[in-house]
Write a protein that binds this ligand. Structure first.
Ligand code: FAD
Length: 280
């Protein structure tokens, strides 16, 4: 199928883009890399009358580090993060994540801000950024606000972004030297939807840990009890990891993982991510 007809604008500044979105109202949409929106248009699952192309806005393609926090422009493409053109203050977690998104053609166009805004339940960025305690800046004609990534994705393809808002920046706190991370993605083939993505970040010295899980039928979740359990582990011994997996499984069942098979897949991914964190 072909996309329905729409008007297209490529503004020169963020302010201009926001003005177009305000004028276009509910039927205007942001276009970034088009890797998710393109298919949605062709399948007529999205029917905007106006597309506001932000992919070439210089202000959204910059990165900066301020007080130990990395600010990545929302239009930065996955490939630039994969290639190390963006600093990675998270000991390689950002670079590894970018490199496992689909295949290079998708990574050459898809953007980090587009990925978060699209809110695919098994998008790669959301669980990673949740585990890192990252936030996004959302701008509209009315001003700016900051939203924790954990509060951004409310459901499958559903975010807390308001009409007329553009994600302009992703803010990622630097990981301490004492912090470790582990990530495990279960995906049958690159470019296909994942069955599970588990990300753990722990800093025993600071007493902090987060466990984030993404699954196909639910928004990504943080598992606070499993995170406490993780912090108490002494290392990657089998008994400790099995107890951690069971804690993750109990919490996943409570948030609604659908059946025994899915609980097994998700909790196994969590356990492997934890093992990676200890063995890294
Ligand atoms: C074959 C294929 C395989 C893929 N596999 C993976 C995968 O393994 N892992 C993964 O994570 N992703 C995967 N993707 C998705 C890819 O990462 C996309 O890049 C991403 O989901 C959307 O980014 P985009 O820049 O292309 O956004 P677009 O497609 O342009 O936009 C997506 C949505 O977000 C909105 N939007 C975009 N940017 C903003 C913004 N700054 N502010 C507000 N709203 C905005 C748009 O209006 C639209 O609703 C895959 C895509 C394809 C085509």
């Amino acid at each position: 199928m072909k996309a329905p007809p729409f008007d297209y604008v490529r503004p020169a500044t963020v302010a201009e883009a926001l003005a177009h979105l305000k004028q276009g109202g509910d039927s205007a949409m942001v276009l970034a890399g088009g890797q998710s929106l393109g298919p949605m248009l062709n399948l007529r699952l999205a029917r905007p009358t106006l597309l506001v192309d932000i992919s070439r806005l210089a202000d959204l393609s910059r990165t900066a580090t301020v007080n130990g926090t990395l600010a990545i422009g929302s239009a930065v493409i996955h490939a630039d993060i994969e290639d190390g053109k963006v600093p990675d203050p998270c000991h390689g977690l950002l670079t590894e994540t970018a490199g496992t998104i689909a295949y290079r053609a998708v990574r050459n166009r898809g953007t980090i801000g587009g990925s978060l805004s699209h809110a695919d339940p098994v998008g790669d960025w959301c669980p990673v950024l949740m585990a890192l305690g990252a936030s996004v800046v959302a701008a509209s004609a009315a001003g700016e606000r900051t939203i924790a990534v954990a509060d951004l994705v409310e459901g499958i393809l559903t975010t807390s972004l308001r009409p007329g808002e553009i994600v302009t920046e992703i803010r990622i706190p630097r990981l301490a030297a004492t912090a470790r991370w582990g990530r495990y993605k279960i995906c049958r083939k690159p470019g296909k939807f994942a069955d599970a993505i588990a990300v753990v970040v722990m800093d025993k010295a600071a007493g902090q840990s987060r466990v984030a899980i993404a699954m196909p039928n639910h928004r990504p979740v943080l598992l606070p009890q499993a995170a406490v359990h993780l912090l108490a582990l002494k290392g990657a011994d089998r008994d400790g990891l099995t107890a951690f997996r069971n804690a993750a499984r109990t919490e996943l069942a409570a948030v609604g993982a659908s059946d025994e098979l899915q609980l097994h897949i998700l909790s196994a991914a969590a356990m492997r991510a934890a093992a990676h964190a200890f063995n890294r």
